[in-house]
Design a protein around this ligand. Structure first.
Ligand SMILES: O=P(O)(O)OC[C@H]1O[C@H](O[C@H]2O[C@H](CO)[C@@H](O)[C@H](O)[C@H]2O)[C@H](O)[C@@H](O)[C@@H]1O
Length: 400
């Protein structure tokens, strides 16, 4: 089984169907192809039957419906539903003491999504600034715990917004991971395997290794500035991504408000500022372009279509990679905290669930289908949570 033969999608959103239809049209779908949802495999036979039954109309609607739903699938809400959702995903702020009790004796590692988590969602992706207060909260956290930003944006762009050299940055949905600037140490990390890994590979261009059952990755010792690139598993896709970027720019330039963002190892096609009646046309143009590239797949975020390599590598893999790099691969002595707001963050929440370890915290004001265990309503609450984490750590150091 190769990556190219895998459809990875969200079964509930209907995107799986849309992508499978596109693949079928281009001759790349076969009933023998496994289809993976964030929660595991689902029946390819069923999907194949559905494909047979569906005509053009359904094909158009599947992606469009999914674009309308956007973000993690929203559930119809009434007060009762909201109350029951909060019972299952309580506020990480109101449960703070309880959460911290569970962390006793464990090394906390913090993972933060960027858009919608550290910065509020805004119309123009180039203006999603982080506030000074939030930056200081992240800096304080990073001085006490290993901290990573895991974003769909390209690493350089997130860095330009955040501007903190003490963090790990995992850009392009985790396909581009870089460590903190040399010389930075976390006061609480006594045992960091990262330097071991990077020193081991200094003399190799590419060091190949297997991470659990995943595919072979390139771990690069490419020193840029004073930071070390740790992982770029989709390097070979760069020329293709650039080609598709140019093609998409051309195809969508007539749609007012549409925007293609080059995130280096993946692309974002934004439709937040596109009139809803044009969404279908935009979706069609995107599908038409990627039909020619079976090595690329389509996923979705908040009012954004994302095009990325078919390799099985997402924010969940990035989280596992970083835990491994920090020396916590098989450890019970670690408490990863992952905070995110987007569908793409669900991959990381699922990993935490599977590991039965750590805390997934979804940032959302409304009930959503999620694998996170806790919730926070908005970036402001994320900041309060981070500040409390810092206070708690300082107090616990004083106590011991
Ligand atoms: O993983 P993330 O850090 O959450 O990045 C996901 C995407 O975020 C950005 O788009 C989103 O935020 C924009 C600014 O608030 C908003 O205009 C857009 O509608 C959202 O989808 C970013 O521009 C994308 O490249 C990221 O993939």
């Amino acid at each position: 089984m190769t990556n190219q033969n895998m459809v990875i999608s969200d079964a509930k959103s209907g995107l799986a169907m849309a992508i499978a239809v596109a693949l079928k049209e281009s001759g790349h779908f076969s009933p023998a192809m496994p289809v993976v949802s964030p929660n595991g495999y689902f029946s390819r036979k069923k999907l194949h039957k559905k494909l047979e039954a569906n005509g053009n109309g359904a094909r158009m609607n599947a992606l469009l419906d999914s674009m309308r739903a956007s973000s993690p699938t929203r559930r119809p809400t009434d007060t009762e539903d909201h109350t029951s959702w909060i019972l299952h995903h309580p506020s990480a702020l109101s449960m703070f003491e309880e959460i911290m009790r569970a962390s006793q004796g464990k090394q906390i590692v913090v993972f933060l999504d960027y858009d919608g988590t550290l910065s509020p969602i805004v119309q123009d992706p180039d203006r999603a600034f982080i506030t000074t207060e939030m930056r200081e909260a992240v800096r304080a956290v990073a001085n006490l715990f290993p901290t990573a930003i895991v974003s769909g944006r390209c690493r350089a762009k997130v860095y330009n917004f955040v501007r903190l050299s003490e963090l790990y940055y995992a850009g392009s949905h985790g396909m581009d991971i870089k460590g903190p600037a040399k010389g930075h140490t976390h006061r609480t990390v006594s045992h960091c395997h990262l330097s071991n890994i990077t020193s081991k590979i200094q003399y190799f261009d590419v060091y190949l290794f297997f991470l659990h059952n995943f595919h072979v990755l390139g771990l690069l010792s490419n020193i840029q500035g004073n930071q070390t690139v740790l992982c770029q598993p989709a390097r070979e896709f760069l020329p293709m991504i650039n080609e598709v970027y140019r093609a998409l720019m051309e195809k969508i330039k007539h749609i007012p408000g549409a925007k293609v963002e080059n995130n280096k190892f993946c692309l974002s096609v934004h439709y937040r500022c596109v009139e809803e009646k044009k969404w279908g046309e935009l979706g069609d143009q995107v599908k038409m372009v990627i039909k020619e590239y079976p090595q690329l797949r389509l996923t979705q975020g908040r009012k954004v279509l994302e095009i990325r390599p078919t390799i099985k590598w997402d924010k969940g893999n990035a989280l596992e990679f970083l835990l491994e790099a920090l020396g916590y691969a098989e450890s019970n002595d670690v408490l990863p905290i992952y905070i995110g707001d987007d569908r793409t963050d669900e991959d990381a929440f699922s990993v935490l669930r599977e590991r039965k370890q750590g805390l997934g915290i979804l940032v959302s004001k409304t009930p959503k289908d999620t694998n996170a265990s806790y919730s926070l309503q908005e970036p402001l609450e994320v900041m309060k949570f981070l500040q409390r984490l810092v206070e708690w750590k300082k107090l616990s150091v004083l106590r011991h």
